[in-house]
Design a protein around this ligand. Sequence first.
Ligand code: AMP
Length: 403
Amino acid sequence: MDKKTIKDIDVKGKKVFVRVDYNVPFDAEMKITDDTRMVRTLPTLNYLLDHGAALILACHIGRPTEAREPQFSTKHLVKHLSELLKRPVQWAEDCVGPKAEEKAKDLKPGDVLLLENLRYHKAEKKNDDAFAAQLASLADVAVDDAFGVSHRAHASNAGVPKHLETVAGFLMEKEINYIGKTLEAPKRPFVAIIGGAKVSDKIGVISNMIDKADKIIIGGGMAHTFDAAKGLPIGDSLCEPDKYDLARDLLKKAEEKGVEIILPLDLKVSNMFPADEKYATEGKTKIVDVDKVEDGWDALDSGPKTSEAYSKALDGAKTIIWNGPMGVFEYKDFADGTLAVAKAVAKATDEGAISIVGGGDSISALNKTGLTDKISHVSTGGGATLEFLEGKEMPGIAAIADK
Ligand code: AMP
């Protein structure tokens, strides 16, 4: 990686400003329901602490306003963070100004201070330079481990580096190494799997993958827009008619570049959506070929011939990027297609492929298959992963010091 990491700097006796992504979900009692994002920063934090640093942690929760809605306070993270780090965690009632400065001033090596929600200040999202300077003034050096916000130019990730040398934490390094390097020089064959609800959410990813991949599997709801654009009947399936031209353009671009696009051969259709109360008693499903979807039927998953074709396309792949489920995986009747792809990706990974899953709903879809551990890299970003896969410049990454 051409960016500096925490291994390239000496942090002994220094106060280190660490931007982390602790935007975790809470239940009604403000208990954290999934601490994955916190756990994944522990290698960085423990490394810094073991090397004699004092930590000043900065993050955001939710979308607060300057009214400082209490449910978005970072104080709800303190207890759990302290348990994870096995040491006390101090908390500052603000992320800048006297309340933060006072607490930061007295930190000793091994101490940890968590700042209040950055987004209680509008200046954070505006990447206000004076605010960034205030944040930077708390510390001697900065670390960015918040990949999840790296597609945004905010004060804490894009502004602070103008005032303080900023290096990548281990989590950030892993994301850059996996996604960045893979896109730069993929081992071939490179297969991209793109699913999920809508084409409109993934135009950039599909387009970038046509430039880079050898084969693209298109599944899930978005496949119906491609099918309809080709003149196939899609019944009541999800579809975006205003994207037919775009779908045709993408198919044409792929053909010109010699990229194989693999669309469904058969589909599992249903007479109603499984969320419908009547589904339990009146729901019917059947498998039909892709040219036989009738009105009144909604295609909600891949059929077996499709899953077989997708698996065949993944056989022998050396690089795989997967974004988005192959069907309405939230319901077990429509999860087979996603499971089949997860199995094929796991098999290819076992045989030496590098596999990366991330963006949108992909992680929960993968978790449902129970095959998460079989994947080389599960990206922590949602929107950030998507934009990275689109090949866009990531302001948070660009701001990290070069080696
Ligand atoms: P995304 O966030 O773009 O990855 O989209 C994930 C969502 O797409 C999930 O909630 C799926 O239920 C939904 N989805 C996948 N396939 C279909 C389909 N055939 N029809 C409707 N929704 C779908």
